[in-house]
Design a binder for this molecule. Structure first.
Ligand code: NAP
Length: 290
């Protein structure tokens, strides 16, 4: 594969890499935003191809970007013909039809799939001679702070092939690429893919309570969002674990401890764990149906 010049170690071949997105939706846009953050990724300046099924979606997708940098098409095959690296960003039930459309042109190219439940095996069954990376990014990748678990077929993941390094290099502007075994994809889907939703639900509950206490909407959002931001930053900057910070905040016999004990008594953790297991089960079911 030309893309992998010198076992993936020669990055000069990446300068001429042409990138495309099939499926101009939320995830594709988040990835595009993330990729543009890295000034070194000169390959984005080669022009980015985007394929969708309606002109309206394509126009919405490039809104806010320099339109000159994009080639838009309603033909997925045209995109694949003109690119070496394709991000597959359609919904799970749309993916197989797209793969069938592009299969004859996608051989020897690299496909990075973000499609939940779509296995490496399934993609390889349709396009045997392509390099496939399966990922489960979350939306924070648009600011370069996503967790990007990714999996490759065992054979491609051999250290001597340099493919892992290359994938790391490509995904790193999006945040934190993390190689995992494919069996863990449903688990990371339930944990970090859905994770921003769990965090938002916690924030919403706190914001609503702040409003009920009489804070304005703006004040309530600032109070809660900045508190959450400061907490995570504290963990990161002081290299503390949440276990340590929790024990520091809840002084024995104090106000926080009373609230924490109430949450524990009411089974707060059990509810969250059940929600994660529900998501994990759904992700596994999706995998078995695709
Ligand atoms: N959103 C997340 O947080 C998240 C996280 C991790 C992974 N994912 C995965 O990312 C994928 C996309 O999710 P999303 O939230 O970005 O969905 P989305 O916003 O609905 O985007 C899907 C896009 O694909 C387009 N499309 C549908 N069929 C097509 C076809 N045949 N050819 C070309 N384009 C086609 C849709 O076009 P229209 O605009 O015309 O409908 C839409 O623009 C899913 O597989 C999901 O599992 C999402």
């Amino acid at each position: 594969m030309e893309l992998l010049g010198n076992n993936g170690k020669d990055r000069s071949s990446l300068k001429s890499l042409r990138v495309g997105f099939i499926g101009p939706g939320k995830m594709a846009k988040a990835i595009l935003h993330g990729l543009t953050l890295d000034p070194e990724k000169k390959w984005l300046s080669n022009g980015v191809w985007v394929a969708g099924r309606s002109q309206r979606s394509l126009d919405l997708f490039v809104k806010g970007f320099d339109k000159e940098s994009f080639q838009l098409t309603l033909d997925n095959s045209e995109l694949v013909k003109n690119t070496e690296l394709v991000f597959l960003c359609v919904k799970p039930f749309q993916a197989e039809a797209v793969l069938e459309q592009i299969k004859s042109l996608a051989e020897d190219k690299m496909i990075i799939s973000v499609v939940a439940g779509l296995s490496l095996k399934k993609i390889k069954q349709i396009i045997p001679r392509c390099l496939v990376v399966r990922t489960m990014p979350n939306l924070a990748c648009q600011i370069g702070k996503g967790i990007i678990p990714f999996a490759l077929e065992k054979e491609d993941a051999q250290p001597n092939k340099g493919i892992m390094d290359l994938v790391h290099f490509i995904l790193s502007p999006l945040g934190y690429p993390l190689p995992i075994s494919e069996e863990l994809m449903p688990a990371v889907t339930a944990l970090t893919g859905c994770g921003p939703a769990y965090v938002c639900m916690l924030l919403i509950a706190l914001i609503e309570k702040a409003k009920a206490y009489g804070f304005s909407e703006v004040q309530a959002s600032q109070l809660i969002e900045d508190m959450a931001f400061g907490t995570v930053l504290l963990l990161k900057e002081m290299n503390k674990s949440p276990y340590t910070l929790l024990s520091e905040v809840k002084t024995p016999g104090g106000i926080t401890e009373a609230a924490v004990q109430f949450l524990v008594r009411r089974g707060w953790e059990d509810i969250l764990i059940e929600a994660i297991e529900t998501a994990n089960k759904k992700a596994e079911e999706l995998e078995s149906h695709l």
